[in-house]
Design a protein around this ligand. Structure first.
Ligand SMILES: [Zn+2]
Length: 95
């Protein structure tokens, strides 16, 4: 595995077509949310709009293409730099 493979360039046509959002299992427009996990930091996904109410349907679909390992590394570094400049990590938790 010496070849480096860069896939998932941002903003593919298919992703653009989904801008309005797919429908979740409740037949409602899914809401775009940003993931803040280490693995998918800053990656957007579609989720049920009723998620906060508890009566949601567990609908889940990624909006952004999977990020390559290099992208993830860069984001992690930016995130660390940003957290440092803020002097606290808690700012990321308020969404
Ligand atoms: Zn739903």
């Amino acid at each position: 595995m010496s070849k480096s493979h860069i896939t998932g360039s941002l903003g593919s046509v298919k992703v653009e077509l989904l801008q309005k959002g797919p429908k979740c299992y409740c037949d409602l427009r899914a809401k775009s949310t940003i993931a803040f996990t280490d693995e998918n930091f800053g990656r957007r996904f579609w989720g049920c709009v009723k998620f906060k109410d508890g009566g949601h349907c567990n609908y889940f679909a990624w909006r952004d293409p999977k990020m390559c390992s290099y992208g993830r590394r860069v984001i992690r570094q930016l995130r660390a730099m940003h957290a440092q400049s803020l002097g606290e990590q808690s700012a990321w938790e308020s969404n």
